[in-house]
Design a protein around this ligand. Structure first.
Ligand code: KIV
Length: 266
């Protein structure tokens, strides 16, 4: 696979070709995902739940993130590696810089921060210092205790207006990508039209620039047995994991995933 850069992703958005992203935590899956054509490997702090067995992402440390980024880097064959800054890693600007540096030096090409307009200053300073940033908006699992659970965000008009304004503010601050989690499909489509940077969705409908799923979810593996509505099990009908990964990429590119049944209304 040719090396995927921010320029590649930007041109995919302009061409209207959907971007395939998957979470990835180790070298073997990094190689398999690349061979299936996945363009972005997200080393997500979801690893706290699917690898470590916690009931939230809050216990994950930056050092653990760096360990998995380095593992993914060893198996990567040209994808862009996006790494999550975990819970409280951005509590101060000094911590934001130090934790981002640790992830970039471990092999990340870009970091992801969860939040909204309050992150504008951090995003601007990181971008100025050579760290591309993806802003994760909508359902932000690190603030599950404030949100009162894993709930769809932006369902009423005031929240939707705020999210549109925040997305534009974060793009203006220098965010190079936006990720929308559990947002009504129509609102996600509006945000995608309103910004120039690629918008990746999970539970955000099909009118965004690309899709992401948690690797274990799309392989039909679940510790708790609770499967979110936006998940599709790509192992169904496939002989092996490599074929399931390829089926995911094909479905994203052909826009046969997500279907309306995987999305949310306002
Ligand atoms: O941590 C993660 O895997 C994520 C995805 C759910 C988008 O942020």
């Amino acid at each position: 696979m040719p090396e995927i850069t921010l320029t590649t992703l930007q041109s995919l958005k302009l061409k209207g070709e959907k971007i395939a992203m998957l979470t990835c935590y180790d070298a073997t899956f990094a190689q398999a995902a690349c061979q299936a054509g996945v363009e972005i490997l997200l080393v997500g702090d979801s690893l706290g739940m699917v690898l470590q067995g916690h009931d939230s992402t809050l216990p994950v440390t930056n050092a653990e993130m760096a360990y998995h980024v380095a593992s993914v880097k060893r198996g990567n064959e040209g994808a862009l590696i996006l790494a999550d800054l975990p819970f409280m890693a951005c509590a101060t600007l000094e911590q934001t810089f130090a934790n981002s540096a640790q992830l970039m030096q471990a092999g990340a090409h870009m970091v992801k921060v969860e939040g909204a307009a309050w992150l504008a200053e951090s995003i601007r300073l990181l971008a100025e210092r050579g760290v591309p940033v993806c802003a994760h908006m909508g359902l932000t699992p690190q603030t599950v205790n404030v949100l009162g659970g894993y709930k769809v965000q932006g369902r009423n008009e005031a929240q939707a207006r705020q999210m549109r304004a925040d997305a534009i503010a974060l793009e203006q601050a220098g965010a190079a990508m936006i990720l929308l989690e559990c947002v009504p499909s129509e609102l996600a489509a509006e945000i995608t039209q309103a910004v120039k940077v690629p918008v990746i969705g999970i539970g955000a409908g099909s009118a965004v620039d690309g899709q992401v799923l948690v690797l274990h979810d799309m392989l039909g593996l679940s510790l708790t047995g609770r499967v979110p509505k936006f998940v599709k099990n790509f192992m169904v009908g496939q002989p092996d994991i490599q074929s399931a990964l390829s089926a995911y990429v094909t479905a994203v590119k052909e826009v046969s995933f997500p279907g309306t049944e995987h999305g949310f209304n306002a």
